[in-house]
Design a protein around this ligand. Structure first.
Ligand SMILES: Cc1cc2nc3c(=O)[nH]c(=O)nc-3n(C[C@H](O)[C@H](O)[C@H](O)COP(=O)(O)O)c2cc1C
Length: 305
């Protein structure tokens, strides 16, 4: 019998642990459908805010060869327009749709979450960690009390799972414990890491926003350490490990560190949605070759020593 890739993640049942990470693809119904057809276990939408946002001027994304740097500026259609896409997704898409929510304050988070829940999302991810948009993401997440208040408020209106997406700076068991104590059902670790690049030709910063977020294989060891440490101290917390997943080996590394599921982000720029099949087939092949029956057996396996 073929090994079982199904995982449970804070009451969500995923056919496999490979999740589309937030922000990588647009969040139209058509794209979500393509991600489902490509084999993903779940979809995380772009971060959605109350009002539409245009995002920053180009350049917003650069391939540094050892990784990627982006400062998109959280472009999104705003929750009112997005609701229509989400309704269609809720009706037709069979894998869980996790809506990523951004806000400048508690009331924006609540308003967007209310609408997303009303449109039928399966779970919520709170963006407490985007490192390059003033007033959003990390600026909110750096204030742990504020983040806990937001989590508490969202939990008071949501019976569906709520994940806190954290940056490397908050990826510490004591902080994660506070988030869980405030009601978070799990954490997504990690977001991109604040970074900048300068062109020596033009002698100017490459990104229009100067600062951006670093992603790709170069941040994987940082994500692995974050996941490992959280899992070691908090054995039962559902974790979505994100950072540098560019194939099944990288996905497995995060799972062995303790992730229940993994987010796939910038690798899609290089491998397109094909990467989901590659991860699924690779994981299945590994399990079969080592005599494991289920991927669940490998969550945190590297912690046994
Ligand atoms: C182009 C781009 C846009 C992103 N947009 C978001 C976003 O809207 N919300 C969010 O929480 N994370 C966003 N991220 C972060 C990713 O979800 C992920 O945490 C990070 O890129 C690390 O994973 P990776 O190395 O697989 O890309 C974005 C990343 C990239 C590269």
């Amino acid at each position: 019998m073929s090994p079982d890739l199904e995982v449970e993640l804070a009451r969500l049942r995923l056919r496999n642990p490979a999740i589309l990470a937030s922000g990588i693809l647009g969040s139209s119904y058509g794209l979500m459908r393509r991600v489902e057809e490509a084999g993903a276990g779940a979809i995380t939408t772009k971060t959605i805010t109350r009002e539409p946002r245009e995002g920053y001027l180009n350049p917003v994304f650069v391939d540094l060869e050892f990784g990627y740097l982006n400062a998109m500026g959280l472009p999104n259609p705003g929750i009112t327009a997005f609701k229509m896409e989400l309704r269609r997704a809720a009706e037709n898409i069979r894998i869980p749709v996790i809506v990523s929510i951004g806000g400048r304050d508690e009331s924006e988070f609540i308003e967007v979450a209310e609408q997303a829940l009303d449109a039928g999302c399966n779970a919520i991810e709170l963006n407490l960690s985007c490192p390059h948009v003033g007033g959003y993401g990390l600026e909110i997440g750096s204030d742990i009390r504020l983040a806990c208040n937001i989590i508490r408020s969202i939990k008071s209106i949501s019976s569906r799972p709520v994940f806190a997406k954290i940056s490397v700076y908050q990826a510490r068991p004591d902080i994660v414990s506070r988030y869980i104590g405030s009601g978070a059902d799990g954490v997504t670790a990690i977001n991109t890491i604040r970074a900048a690049a300068i062109s020596v030709e033009s002698m100017t910063p490459i990104l229009s926003n100067i600062f951006g977020g670093l992603s790709g294989p170069c941040i994987r060891p940082i994500a692995v350490a974050a996941v490992y440490e959280i899992r070691r101290e908090l054995p039962d917390v559902p974790i979505i490990g994100v950072g540098g997943v560019d194939g099944w080996r990288a996905a497995l590394e995060l799972i062995l560190a303790g992730a229940n599921a993994v987010g796939v982000g910038s690798a899609i720029a290089r491998k397109d949605l094909e990467i989901f099949r590659e991860i699924i087939e690779g994981l299945r092949g590994f399990l079969a070759s080592r005599g494991f029956k289920s991927i669940k057996e490998l969550v945190g396996y590297a912690q046994r020593l």
